[in-house]
Each structure stands twice: as structure tokens, then as C-alpha cells.
Design a protein around this ligand. Structure first.
Ligand SMILES: CCCCCCCCCC(=O)SCCNC(=O)CCNC(=O)[C@H](O)C(C)(C)COP(=O)(O)OP(=O)(O)OC[C@H]1O[C@@H](n2cnc3c(N)ncnc32)[C@H](O)[C@@H]1OP(=O)(O)O
Length: 211
């Protein structure tokens, strides 16, 4: 079952050039986000940094895209999911995760969640844990050739997920027609912190295009 979208045939050198152009900006912005939360410099330094950031914002605002990156690159453009809040090269909100998948329907990632993702003291926000689980479940079903939208996502939080180095694993459990069931877990230094089950549905609009 394939999405009825053409593959992203952007030449490698264009993708590489865009990566080299925008990747460092997002990396710098990620560190900025971290330091907005963690810096402890004196107020004069904060004021000077604010002016510097405002100057950078003024530069970037000169030209704004008319479409989001997801709209422009199409859902099949998996080579450039750059606006995605979990894996997006251009999105400073994304940790970002590097997700490795195999066609059997398994995906995994070792990643880092810093203080900008804090919910309870010292722990990752539960919504962020859900975000990551949903994303990596989506990779597993996509890798199996069973793309779909998350219909239902069930999460059991077993213990707090500590900020720092973490791992997530997802795998397809079963398939039935337009539905795919997949499971995932986040693993911290003391074992599994959260488990998820997702039901992914190939949406009606896509089904009608394929019919
Ligand atoms: C490699 C890169 C990978 C990137 C991964 C990205 C992961 C991120 C994933 C997401 O964030 S997706 C965004 C969050 N999800 C949504 O916004 C989905 C919103 N909901 C919908 O679009 C539709 O409600 C949905 C596609 C889920 C279902 O609409 P349909 O019109 O296709 O469903 P329909 O009413 O025709 O029902 C078809 C079957 O699905 C079942 N169903 C419908 N909604 C369901 C649901 N929500 N949960 C479970 N099952 C559901 C329904 O009972 C029925 O089962 P049966 O065939 O057995 O009768």
C-alpha cells in the first residue's frame, strides 16, 4: 500500500546544500533554546543577547515561505521532513531524533532530551514523551509499508523519564486491512519509562484515491 504521492526527486546536491545552509541555524537555535532555560548570566548580558537575537530575527523575517515545509515537500518527501518537531533538521524544537528503521516494521533511536523538555523537576514532560512515541510509531508503520494517520494513541507512563540520554523503540504488532497496530517504548537508565500502543489508519481520502 503506497501513498499516492510522487517520490521526492530533488537532486542530492540540492538537499546537501539546503542541509548545510539551514542545519547550522537550527543547531544554533537549539542551543539558544537550551540557554534561554539554563543560562545564568547577568541582566546586562541578557539585554545584549536579546538585541542580538532580535537582529537575527529581523534578517530571517525578510522572506517568509508561503507554504509550510511539510506542504511543500509532500508527505512522500521523507528525505526532507525538516519542519517536523521530532526529527526536523530545520526545527529547533526537535531534539532532533535520528530514527533508524527496517522494512520488517521496526524503528529505533538513541536521543537526548535536555532541560527545555522538562515537565516534572528533572523529568521529561509527558506530552513530549507522547510526541516522541507517536513519531517513532509512525516510522515503524511507514517502514512496513503501512502508512497512516494516528487514530488512537494509548500511553502508559511507568516511571518518570529522566532528562538526558534516552532510547525509543517501536515495532508493528499486527495489520488488518487499512489498520495497523504498533507498540513502542521509551527506555531510560533505569529501564522502560513509558509504553505506547498506536492504531494507524489509512485515511478515507487516501483510500478513495487508491480505489
Ligand atoms: C517516516 C516518517 C514517519 C512520520 C511519522 C509521523 C508520525 C506522526 C503521526 C501523527 O501525528 S498523525 C496526526 C494525528 N492524527 C490525526 O490527526 C488523525 C485525525 N483523524 C483522522 O484523520 C481520521 O479520523 C482517521 C484517519 C483516523 C480515520 O478516518 P477515516 O474516515 O479514514 O475512518 P472511517 O470512519 O472510514 O473508519 C475506518 C475504520 O477505522 C476505524 N477508526 C476510525 N477512526 C479511528 C480512530 N480514531 N482510532 C481507531 N480506529 C478508528 C473505524 O472504526 C473503521 O474501522 P472498521 O473498518 O473496522 O469499521
Amino acid at each position: 500500500m503506497n501513498w499516492p504521492f510522487p517520490p521526492d526527486e530533488t537532486p542530492d546536491h540540492v538537499v546537501e546544500h539546503e542541509t548545510a545552509t539551514w542545519g547550522p541555524l537550527a543547531e544554533a537555535a537549539r542551543e539558544l533554546v537550551d540557554l534561554c532555560v539554563m543560562s545564568d548570566v547577568d541582566p546586562e548580558e541578557v539585554a545584549a543577547a536579546t538585541a542580538d537575537v532580535e537582529a537575527a530575527v529581523a534578517r530571517l523575517r525578510k522572506v517568509r515561505r508561503t507554504q509550510t515545509l511539510g506542504q511543500e515537500h509532500l508527505p512522500a518527501g521523507r528525505r526532507r521532513p525538516w519542519g517536523n518537531p521530532v526529527i526536523g533538521l530545520r526545527n529547533p524544537i526537535a531534539p532532533p531524533l535520528q530514527v533508524h528503521s527496517v522494512p520488517e516494521g521496526r524503528s529505533e533511536s538513541d536521543f537526548h532530551c535536555g532541560p527545555a523538555y522538562e515537565g516534572p523537576p528533572g523529568l521529561v514532560h509527558g506530552g513530549v514523551v507522547a510526541l516522541i512515541l507517536d513519531q517513532v510509531l509512525g516510522h515503524a508503520v511507514g517502514a512496513k509499508g503501512r502508512p497512516g494517520m494516528t487514530g488512537t494513541l494509548t500511553i502508559v507512563y511507568r516511571q518518570g523519564t529522566p532528562l538526558g540520554d534516552l532510547r525509543v523503540e517501536a515495532w508493528v504488532e499486527r495489520e488488518d486491512g487499512i489498520k495497523t497496530w504498533a507498540k513502542a517504548q521509551v527506555i531510560g537508565p533505569d529501564g522502560v519509562t513509558a509504553e505506547a500502543e498506536g492504531v494507524f489508519i489509512l485515511p478515507r481520502a487516501i483510500r478513495e484515491q487508491l480505489a
